[in-house]
Design a binder for this molecule. Sequence first.
Ligand code: NDP
Length: 249
Amino acid sequence: MTERIDTTERKIVLVTGASSGIGEAVARELAGAGHHVVLAARREDRLEQVAADITRAGGSASTAALDVTDAGSCVRVVDEVVARHGRLDVLVANSGVMLLSPMTSLLAQEWDRMVDVNVKGVLHGIAAALPHFLRQGSGHFVTTASIGAHEVVPTAAVYCATKYAVWALMEGLRQDLPPTVRATTVSPGVVQSELASHITDPVAGAGMVEYRRSAIAPSAIGRAVAYAVGEPGDVDVNEVVVRPSAQRP
Ligand code: NDP
């Protein structure tokens, strides 16, 4: 677990997609390090359970119902966090869906869903948080891309396209930001989570069984995010790629 920070360095962190998998692990790790985490996603019951666990363990957490495909809802949640805590220090834009299928299956609605959540959802978060970061003169965007932002494999054309897009967005965002606002892309390999459970295409679903056998615990990604968040303000961790030692490629 990440070392606990001095209370004067306690940050207010909003984590999207915190109801399961990587987002939940990121929230637990950052709360364990002493930061206040706001857990956001659509499944409020799951958020409440994780927040209660964090609180029981001595951490500080709250929850916010959020659908990242709704730009207005992103603005509302971010504004509420700032109204309540006086600031937002870190946005971890982690929500994502991976609805794999061969392009020939023509599951066009699932293509739209991935673009809406994985790309537009991240943009909505940036649009909501950036005005506060600029006004505060500080802030940190963290997003969960993927090794799929670096290579394309069969059945993953649209998913990888969304992750390439997020990678490019974060790279461009970093160049447009003042040096007081940081941007970190975390690109995981295979990680245990609910991500593959939403795949409807039988070919893609079957392919995942062997592929995901080497999956590592989501806490590995939690530690990577905690490392980037914990670096001093003049150090910007641009990208961290974390994959199972057993994963080739
Ligand atoms: P999970 O399916 O466990 O978590 C996905 C999270 O995204 C859930 O908390 C879900 O919450 C949230 N989410 C989905 N749709 C929306 C929405 N419209 N609005 C708000 N939140 C939403 O998978 P992971 O933890 O694995 O995924 C997290 C991120 O990590 C994703 O971006 C994924 O692409 C990326 N990633 C995962 C890898 C892996 O192997 N697991 C590898 C590389 C990258 P809810 O349904 O409650 O809204």
